[in-house]
Design a protein around this ligand. Structure first.
Ligand code: SF4
Length: 483
């Protein structure tokens, strides 16, 4: 099996693919940051397991000298004490990647490092642009030669190009933001500045932290806890923050749009983000507990025990139990050592792989009426196996509750939701899906509950409603540049 096919096999699960994680750090005291970026990336590993990288620079050294290491695989596979030791620098950016645009190859790993007339730029991107093909064509016609097939390179090119007519790197970032459309959280290292930017809709998270005299930018606040850093604040949707020793944090909000237009990816709260993260002031854990409570209110059923499908179904199961008064239990043991390189056999792979990953605890479910909570059903290829597993373990009834609405539409903003025809809920009623997965009853979270779940923050619900905050591209752009 080729390296590529191993990684692609690992993506075949019945969950929407995660996207990417970005991290940046600038230590004003001049200490090396690569070790801390490494631990930051470890904390963001759930956001992408295909490739990762760190690029650093020494702000007291020659301007434009950037050292970087990028590789396929997990953070602790790509890095070791020797290569981290060589990454000397007090400013740096890091990235963990899951490919939603561009294939899973070493060239497409980030951060991207770009040398141009004004110096060197290193960039880490989370999200997907909807106008990348047009922009890329425009750039190509004016002589740009691309090294990768990812849309992040389009952003890097535009920043480099705009820098020629801008007074500062952050001004160039702002000008580039005027051209790019879609979802992006960016962490950029210019020779003497750490810059963070979030698209005006706020699709993907980005926050600021501080430890001693060092500033941090990270996709999720859980990485700050790992480093013993304090949370400063979220980067606002549309904001550009520039971090320097002379001026601290400088904010440019000229690209911000009204709160009503904000469109954070609600799936960050439902599934992607770690439950110990806060995004825009809302606890991911709390939003999942609420989703479970809403399910209990809207779709009650008599039962003896509530269980979650690990890991992300657990919080919602707890919420369901709290609201309903039905005891919470642990019904599954998960094999924690399967990981990314799990290679499934070609035939019946999805069936057997579930059992390799999960096993039901007979002692917990035998003779019981079980409510089983999962965060989502995408293709429906694993739910039937899990329901069956509970029945084999002696469950008298299995009632499935899903802490998100049915997926009916694809995503163009950095989440790997497949085409409509592959979605089990497309053209099927809940009753039909219930029969397919073999449950006694099935209910999804009501779409109207999503706003309450995130304290009325502006959110995107496109994959549930088909109403996207930005018009989707006419062509399916995922993987566009590999064609
Ligand atoms: S379409 Fe769905 S997965 Fe994509 S950004 Fe919107 S809420 Fe998130």
């Amino acid at each position: 099996m080729t390296e590529k096919s191993i990684y692609e096999q690992a993506k075949v699960t019945d969950k929407p693919g995660e996207e990417c994680g970005v991290f940046g750090m600038y230590d004003f005291d001049g200490s090396d940051v690569s070790g801390s970026i490494y631990y930051g990336l470890l904390a963001l590993q759930h956001r992408g397991q295909e490739s990762c990288g760190i690029a650093v620079s020494d702000t007291s050294g020659p301007k434009g000298k950037v050292l970087s290491v990028k590789d396929m695989g997990l953070v602790n596979e790509a890095f070791n004490p020797e290569n981290l030791e060589k990454l000397k620098g007090d400013i740096g950016v890091g990235h963990v990647r899951y490919s939603t645009a561009g294939s899973s190859t070493r060239e497409n790993a980030q951060p991207l490092v770009l040398n141009y007339v004004k110096g060197t730029l290193a960039l880490a991107h989370n999200g997907n642009l909807v106008n990348a093909p047009e922009l890329r064509r425009d750039l190509a016609y004016t002589g740009a030669i691309f090294q990768t097939t990812i849309d992040s390179e389009v952003i890097a090119y535009y920043i480099a190009r705009e820098r020629l007519n801008s007074k500062s790197a952050e001004e160039a970032v702002g000008r580039a933001m005027g051209k790019i459309k879609g979802a992006y959280s960016l962490v950029i290292m210019s020779p003497r500045k750490l810059i963070g930017a979030r698209d005006p809709y706020g699709f993907r998270p980005l926050c600021i932290g501080k430890r001693d005299n060092a500033y941090i930018l990270t996709s999720e606040s859980c990485a700050l806890d790992t480093l013993g850093a304090t949370f400063v604040r979220d980067v606002l949707p549309g904001e550009i923050v520039t971090i320097t020793p002379e001026k601290g944090i400088i904010s440019d909000t000229s690209m911000c749009i009204s709160r009503e237009e904000h469109a954070r990816c609600v799936f960050e709260y439902i599934y992607f983000a770690r439950p110990d993260s806060y995004i825009d002031g809302v606890s991911v854990y709390h939003s999942r507990i609420l989703a479970g409570k809403f399910l209990a209110m809207d779709s009650p059923v008599e039962a003896d025990i509530v269980v979650g499908v690990p890991e992300s179904g657990n919080c919602a199961a707890m919420g369901y139990a709290l609201q309903s008064g039905i005891p919470y239990g642990t019904a599954f043991v998960k094999n924690a050592y399967i990981g990314r390189t799990f290679i499934k056999p070609k035939q019946k792979t999805r069936e057997s792989s579930v059992q390799v990953k999960l096993n039901a605890l007979k002692e917990v479910v035998n003779g019981k009426r079980v409510i089983m909570i999962d965060d989502s059903i995408v293709r429906g290829t694993t739910s039937d196996r899990i329901v069956h597993m509970l029945r084999e373990a002696g469950a008298k009834e299995v009632h499935m509750r899903v802490s998100s609405p049915p997926f009916l539409w694809p995503c163009y903003f950095g989440t790997d939701v497949p085409a409509r025809e592959q979605l089990i809920a497309y053209n099927r009623s809940v009753d039909v899906i219930c029969k397919i997965i073999g449950a006694d009853s099935l209910a999804y979270l009501r779409t109207e509950r999503l706003d309450e779940m995130v304290n009325e923050l502006g959110i995107c619900k496109g994959c549930f409603t088909g109403k996207y905050p930005i018009d989707p591209p006419e062509e399916d752009i995922r993987g566009e540049f590999d064609k």
